[in-house]
Design a protein around this ligand. Structure first.
Ligand SMILES: Cc1cc2nc3c(=O)[nH]c(=O)nc-3n(C[C@H](O)[C@H](O)[C@H](O)COP(=O)(O)O)c2cc1C
Length: 200
């Protein structure tokens, strides 16, 4: 099977790619509007892209009418955001944050999540998230209807049990993140792990 995304399957690019390139991590992104209103929305077109400097990216796609999503608007006006990682415990709340609420309405309250103060950026982090990355926008690439937001991570908050201070390493066996699977409604757990030692 070969699919031509430029012609026959051009209008199927989203469901095909989003169901094929899986699992994807989910960023539950918190931002503030220019007026200081909190916004939260999940994005699975997301990943960490580098460590020097610590770089993340996520992509809000423009709405069908061509207007940017609230998260993209807020990043454009305030240049800051927080990536909250999503574990099994907050999966349903994350999903509630994807509801299209009117601009300026607080998805966190709608989802029963709690805003906690960040340290170096103004948007709050989510208290219930296992880990949160405070980010400053490096720039946003506008590629067609995709707004690829690139951010530099300035601070990481994570639950005490998730970090081994002696080894300076994350305790992965206590981290139960979920992944995005086939579009639109499927997810996976990340409990089924195996080790593969890299050859020298
Ligand atoms: C798990 C999940 C992942 C999502 N990933 C994306 C994404 O990568 N890009 C996107 O534009 N929308 C994505 N969405 C939809 C947005 O979260 C949704 O449009 C949201 O209402 C945008 O909120 P905002 O207007 O407050 O920014 C996703 C939704 C869910 C549930």
């Amino acid at each position: 099977m070969e699919l031509d995304l430029e012609k026959q399957y051009a209008d199927r690019a989203y469901p095909i790619l989003a169901s094929l390139v899986t699992p994807r991590p989910i960023a539950l992104v918190t931002t503030l509007s220019a007026e200081g209103k909190i916004n939260a929305a999940p994005f699975s077109f997301f990943n960490v892209l580098g460590a020097n400097p610590p770089l993340v990216a996520f992509t809000p796609g423009d709405r069908a009418d061509g207007t940017p999503k609230d998260t993209a608007l807020n990043v454009r006006s305030t240049h800051e955001f927080v990536v909250n990682l999503v574990d099994e415990a907050i999966a349903e709340a994350m999903n509630l944050c994807a509801a299209s609420l009117p601009f300026g309405e607080n998805e966190l309250a709608h989802a029963g999540l709690t805003a906690a103060a960040s340290t170096v950026v103004k948007p709050p982090r989510i208290a219930e998230a296992p880990a949160s990355l405070e980010c400053v926008e490096w720039g946003t690439l506008q590629i067609g209807g995709n707004r690829v937001v690139l951010g530099i991570v300035k601070r990481i908050h994570l639950r005490d049990e998730l970090f081994d201070v002696q080894k300076k390493r994350v305790n992965g066996d206590k981290l139960f993140l979920i992944g995005r699977m086939a579009s639109p409604h499927w997810y996976c757990k990340t409990r089924d792990r195996f080790e593969l030692i890299r050859p020298d």
